[in-house]
Design a protein around this ligand. Structure first.
Ligand SMILES: NC(=O)c1ccc[n+]([C@@H]2O[C@H](COP(=O)([O-])OP(=O)(O)OC[C@H]3O[C@@H](n4cnc5c(N)ncnc54)[C@H](O)[C@@H]3O)[C@@H](O)[C@H]2O)c1
Ligand SMILES: [Zn+2]
Length: 362
């Protein structure tokens, strides 16, 4: 199977970077990098966990390139880890001509991306994403950053990569729960932008869960195309990029009220998509049959950690602190059909509470 190539537009100019997707991309890393970085000096950045799972494969596709490791996982996503990366980059003799090749999930991509954006006022970056979330979402679009005690991703930058090199076969070592959690974001793309993608996941979920490569490559490529299209049109999230937040208003609130310990991000987004779907359904802005299909597909990805011991009032209060509150009004992405959404600022708190109660929250 020839790799699929997708272009992402960046900046106000006509600049582009490629996403290359295929099940032999990791085996061909050296050749692909030569094509996109012109054979510059390289430094691999990964985490102990990712490197012990994939280091041998990465090394055989990209021999002779030094690597440094930094911890990943959400609790490591802060500036202190970025400082450790600066130290490691300095020790490795990184200079302005060096390309940082980050091999890891969204946490590592965001952190190493921030290190690359700032060390020596900016180094070239290539993403080799190794989680579903990183492949369909975080490696695309140029956002990099870390958390602050005040909240998630408050410190950050835009630092578009030279290229995103995506190999879905790297997902084979991912823990089952991480893989499943990423699939909620896949369903999100179907609901916001693509009835064919939605149908493909509905019909092919067993093959996707079995990580059948042809299926996985197709689905990840379709998600990447949607994200690429959206961020190419709106790199800095002033307009259409906001549709990517479908399911995320409630998702973020659930993560916050459980102190980021109970849910994987995708699982919280799963609940959030159900809540937004419920609001649209109650308003009769979404055909009943579409609401049923969305809820059924989200539920097939389960099980998710429960929400029936959390308070709807606390969850609603947490949405008020969301970054997406603009001039005091919370913006909500509501589905109007499978493949179409509407962004609205008129969801009232009682309406939101009713939707959460219908999902079983007291
Ligand atoms: N920049 C963006 O636009 C953007 C978009 C979405 C999400 N994000 C960020 O992404 C982060 C979440 O990323 P994530 O879900 O990838 O989590 P993650 O990076 O924490 O990875 C999950 C776990 O899987 C392990 N892992 C990764 N790849 C593996 C592999 N192939 N085999 C075995 N283990 C592997 C990691 O070590 C980690 O423990 C969040 O911090 C979020 O803010 C950023
Ligand atoms: Zn998300």
């Amino acid at each position: 199977m020839a790799p699929i190539q997708i272009r992402v537009r960046t900046g106000s100019s006509q600049a582009h970077y490629p996403i290359v997707i295929g099940s032999d991309v990791s085996a061909r890393l050296a050749e692909l990098l030569d094509r996109f970085d012109g054979g510059r000096r390289r430094l691999l950045v990964s985490s102990p966990r990712v490197w012990s799972a994939l280091g041998t494969r990465i090394r055989s596709g990209l021999p002779g390139v030094p690597h440094v490791l930094a911890p990943d996982g959400e609790q490591s996503k802060h500036l202190r880890t970025v400082v450790r990366l600066y130290d490691a980059m300095a020790r490795a003799g990184v200079d302005r001509g060096t390309v940082i090749v980050v091999v890891g999930g969204g946490v590592l991509g965001d952190m190493a991306g921030l290190a690359a954006a700032t060390w020596l006022r900016g180094l070239a970056l290539v993403h080799v994403p190794t989680t579903v979330v990183a492949q369909v979402d975080s490696a695309i679009g140029g956002k990099v950053g870390v958390n602050h005690a005040r909240g998630k991703n408050l410190i950050g930058a835009f630092h578009p990569p030279l290229a995103v090199l995506t190999d879905p076969s790297l997902l084979s070592t991912l823990p089952r729960r991480e893989f499943q959690a990423g699939l909620y974001e896949v369903v999100k793309y179907g609901v916001i932008a693509s009835p064919p993608l939605f149908r493909r996941v509905e019909r092919g979920l067993a093959a996707i869960e079995a990580q059948e490569l042809r299926m996985l490559v197709g689905v990840i490529a379709e998600c990447s195309r949607i994200k690429a299209r959206v961020v190419s049109a709106d790199e800095h999230e002033t307009g259409v990029r906001r549709i990517l937040n479908f399911g995320h208003t409630i998702g973020h609130a659930l993560e916050a009220v459980t102190e980021y310990r109970r849910f994987r991000h995708g699982e919280a987004v799963g609940w959030g998509m159900l809540a937004a779907t419920e609001i649209s359904r109650a308003r009769a802005e979404l055909p009943e049959s579409d609401a049923t299909r969305i809820a059924a597909l989200v539920d097939r990805l389960g099980p998710r950690p429960p929400i029936d011991d959390l308070s709807a009032a606390a969850c609603v209060a947490a949405t008020r602190r969301d970054k997406k509150v603009i001039r005091g009004r919370l913006h909500f992405v509501l589905p109007t059909a499978i493949g179409a959404t509407r962004i609205t600022a008129d969801v009232s708190e009682p309406e939101l509470t009713r939707a959460l109660r219908r999902l079983g929250m007291p």
